[in-house]
Design a binder for this molecule. Structure first.
Ligand SMILES: *Cc1c(COP(=O)(O)O)cnc(C)c1O
Length: 355
């Protein structure tokens, strides 16, 4: 049976990305050696990094004066690298959920943290509005898509200070105004590659202002200077990212990804709103196009497990909600086809008819 992968992360990648990566793992560029067993300094591998950087700059229209890095450690390491490198005295954070809270916790090790607003009062089911960003902070940190709670900010904010964005789960799903940011980071395993690499887009002249010694590996400048080759980078995940970037370009770029994201999400939210068994969990205007959360309506609460089992029997994979929300979460990243969402919608309709 055909499986539809709605996992939140690691998550679905285009089939051809997996196949092309697998081929290179067996025989890299016809060299008779595996991608996994060549030197990252091999003359064949440098073009992989160069092309991946160039494609990121092209797809996101990255202005002059920014560097693109591929580092290890996941987005979680960026929670500490960001304040290490950018926090001079005080930083502002928008608290929209688990990942934002983890980022704030690290920042507090380096200076004063202002929580500009929080939606913790309603289990992060909305994006706070009507707050103002202080002007005396070094940066404002936001999580553009809240993978766990299913809320998203798909417009780049206008604030009086530089932005830093955790875009782990929605990067390359829409055009981004990179010039508004000092730093954008994204763990690759949601929408770009296999786990093991983090993409960082950093403004060069924002570096070097923090009044502290930074360990070499945690200093963005080290990696800017060495083009992500200071130490051994995660070569296979970087190659896999390159294949995804080529795929995104072939599909029509981030504008096409944005259109598809809307199409998928509108289909699924329409069914959640229509179907008597289900309801969405977040404020309508803040609904994520990437991670679509829904629960059983109260009067059908006992059908949660049966629906999960029915959907699983029909090929739906990874739709169980995160434990902090419950119910269901269908993650619809770039590689998820509209057909996959249609299959899930069909399951929901069939299950409704049975009850
Ligand atoms: C998954 C995720 C993280 C953590 O990523 P790791 O690469 O596992 O450290 C951080 N932020 C967001 C928004 C995420 O979705």
């Amino acid at each position: 049976m055909k499986k539809y992968n709605f996992n939140a992360g690691p998550s679905i990648l285009p089939r051809e990305v997996i196949e092309n990566t697998a081929k290179q793992i067996l025989d890299f560029n016809g060299s008779g050696l595996s991608l996994a067993e060549i030197s990252h300094r091999a003359k064949d591998f440098q073009p992989v990094v160069d092309e991946a950087v160039a494609l990121i700059k092209e797809l996101l229209n990255v202005p002059e004066g920014y560097s693109v890095l591929f580092l290890g450690g996941g987005a979680s390491l960026e929670f500490c690298m960001v304040p290490y490198n950018f926090l001079v005295k005080k930083a502002a954070y928008l608290n929209t959920g688990t990942w934002a809270k983890k980022a704030m916790k690290e920042a507090k090790l380096f200076g004063e943290v202002v929580e500009v607003a929080s939606s913790a009062d309603a289990n992060y089911t909305y994006i706070p509005k009507g707050w103002t960003c202080p002007t005396d902070v070094d940066y404002l940190h936001i999580t553009t898509n809240n993978t766990i709670y299913g809320t998203e900010m798909r417009k780049d904010l206008d604030v009086p200070v530089r932005l830093i964005g955790d875009m782990s789960s929605d990067i390359f799903s829409r055009p981004v105004d990179v010039a508004k940011y000092d730093c954008i980071y994204a763990g690759a395993q949601k929408n770009l590659s296999m786990a093991g690499v983090t993409v960082i887009i950093v403004k060069n002249d924002a570096l070097g202002k923090a009044p502290r010694e930074i360990p070499t590996m945690l200093n963005y400048q080290t990696h800017v200077d060495k083009g992500s080759m200071f130490n051994t980078p995660p070569v296979v995940p970087i190659y896999c990212a390159l294949e995804t970037l080529r795929w995104i370009k072939k599909m029509g770029g981030v504008e096409a990804m944005d259109k598809l994201a809307h199409e998928r999400a509108e289909l699924l939210y329409a069914e959640i709103d229509r179907n008597k068994l289900f309801r969405g969990t977040v404020a309508e205007e803040d609904r994520s196009l990437m991670n679509i959360c829904f629960v059983m309506n109260d009067e059908y609460a006992e059908l949660e497990k049966p629906f999960f089992e029915y959907a699983t029997s029909q090929g739906m994979v990874g739709i169980k909600g995160h434990r902090s929300v419950g119910g269901f979460r269908a993650s619809c990243y770039n590689a998820m086809s509209v057909e996959g969402v249609q299959a899930l919608v069909k399951c929901m309709k069939e299950f409704e008819a049975q009850h």
